[in-house]
Design a protein around this ligand. Sequence first.
Ligand SMILES: Nc1nc2c(ncn2[C@@H]2O[C@H](COP(=O)(O)OP(=O)(O)OP(=O)(O)O)[C@@H](O)[C@H]2O)c(=O)[nH]1
Length: 442
Amino acid sequence: MVLDSLGASLKSALQKLANAGKVDKEVIDEVVKDIQRAMIQADVNVKLVMRLSGRIRERALTEAPPPGMDSREHVLRIVYAELVNIIGKATPVALEPQTIMMVGLQGSGKTTTTAKLARYFARKGLKPAVICADTYRPGAYDQLSQLCAKLGVTFYGERDNKDAVAIVRNGLRETAKYDVRIVDTAGRHALETGLIKEMKDIAALANFTHRFLVLDAAIGQQASEQAKAFNDAVGITGVIITKLDGTAKGGGALSAVSDTNTSIAFIGVGETPEGLERFDPDGFISRLLGMGDLKALVEKANEVLSQKDVNVEKMMSGRFTLNDMYAQLEAINKMGPLKQIMSMLPLGGLGANITDDVYKMTQDKLLSYRIIMDSMTEAEKEDPKLIGSSRIMRIARGSGRSPEDVRELLKYHKMMQKAMKGMKGGPGRANLKKLMKQMNIK
Ligand SMILES: Nc1nc2c(ncn2[C@@H]2O[C@H](COP(=O)(O)OP(=O)(O)OP(=O)(O)O)[C@@H](O)[C@H]2O)c(=O)[nH]1
């Protein structure tokens, strides 16, 4: 993933700075060269790399550190500030009624992102509706209507109508009462004139607050050309870069944003509906440099914790009951894959060695666990060690599940408990404490 590999090479460049006996011209030149290499490997446009590294070098050599800051910190801050500067400010997205048009190439992740975006606004308390104007790709209608159904988002589409412009006109009328209306247009190759005309006609139907271009992070150097074509056709107000979790080459898309003078509104960091984040240049670069994006994590955690009482302190104390496990699984389920959350933590993470399997938990499994737990006594849930084979048989009978299902739940609990113990006293405990404080977890 771009954050991993670009981040790792940038970190190793900065490590040189940290290890150097003194920060002189030679060290700065070496660090700047490493940064250039790292960015070019991540597919960042060469011109952009040169501009960036030129600025870093010049400032590092000519500006004196402010009082109280040593020259190492000073150079690190310059690198940080220039990286933030080059990706620019995030596209402002107001939390108020608006219309949004989504455009992008086929397979860029447009349809998935449309649903994610609807979820984003719904979570912020606005009422979203989605309009499917993709009459081009067979299956687009079903894909989007199913995604919306899963999220409980209103969907408008006309399965057998091939006239995308008419569908959007009808759709906007039918959804007039909704706060945020998002139109998903057909994916296209930038040079297909028919589809470009359709996109322009749709754009002319309403005064869209946003016309978001969805760009696949893996697209590489062609990104700029495509972004320009879309910008010329409908005037892009912001870019959403998808699949940043799955590529080492996000630099092409980042360069396109800089080349077309637009900005990034959101980033896609996973396939699930939760895998969308508001773009935050500071947070993004902090994460890249291994400083951890606490802001994104805190925002995400707050969303979940406001609904669910997860007692982290109790869990960390080693008292990890079945009830705790259930509450935690439900919360994690809401937060999205744990891996994604871990990647937001400061360098070093929590010091826990948690495999993906431990957290791969489906809604069905949760329900099944709930049913099994309903047949346990409170004492058993608080202290699962009490549950021997005869109790397993009783619980299985009571819940209508097999004894294997009950054993699986108990095994799972043991695994989780072990993972929790791994966290306890690990190198990241102080980090976690700090995090909990920030997140208001008592
Ligand atoms: N890993 C990852 N996958 C993503 C992300 N966003 C979208 N995808 C996946 O990318 C694939 C293509 O996404 P779609 O939404 O179907 O693509 P599309 O751009 O709507 O396609 P057209 O309708 O043909 O234009 C799907 O398998 C998505 O699950 C992301 O942020 N991360």
